[in-house]
Design a protein around this ligand. Structure first.
Ligand SMILES: [Zn+2]
Length: 144
């Protein structure tokens, strides 16, 4: 399926209650035609003062609509991005982009919700799913 903003929004609202106790603030949802990622949370990070604490703003949840993907993969991608959002919005520190904290949350949601969130999707699997596009070059698709 190719998700719509309404679909992504309803997933976000449902998972927010199920896995984050409804604590995630609303986030604008944007559809993306990018070749390089399935989902991404973007935000602006700046310091209030020269040596002040970091302030995050302008969060956006971007979900890819270039690829026709199985519904479960889209849902897991939304969940993956929600973990990034949870970590960023709460100013939690992780050891790396998909560090110990990310993996702990991923494991918790996978077990609790019988989900299959991962930190990377294989290009070979995606190449079979992607549009039979004009461009024969395989996209480097993954999650960020
Ligand atoms: Zn990620």
């Amino acid at each position: 399926m190719i998700p719509t903003v309404d679909y992504i929004q309803s997933c976000f609202d449902e998972y927010n209650v199920l896995f984050f106790n409804g604590t995630l603030p609303p986030i604008p949802i944007k559809l993306s035609n990018a070749r390089t990622f399935l989902g991404k949370v973007t935000f602006v990070k700046r310091r209030k003062w020269l040596f002040g604490e970091w302030v995050y703003s302008n969060f956006k949840l971007r979900i890819n609509t270039r690829f026709d993907l199985p519904e479960e993969l889209i849902q897991d991608t939304i969940l993956h991005e929600m973990i990034h959002y949870y970590i960023a919005v709460n100013h939690l520190r992780d050891t790396s982009t998909h560090g110990q904290l990310f993996r702990r949350e991923m494991k918790r949601i996978n077990e609790q919700g019988n989900r299959h969130i991962t930190i990377s999707y294989r290009l070979t699997a995606l190449s079979q799913l992607m549009e039979s596009s004009q461009n024969p070059a395989l996209p480097k698709a993954g999650v960020e």
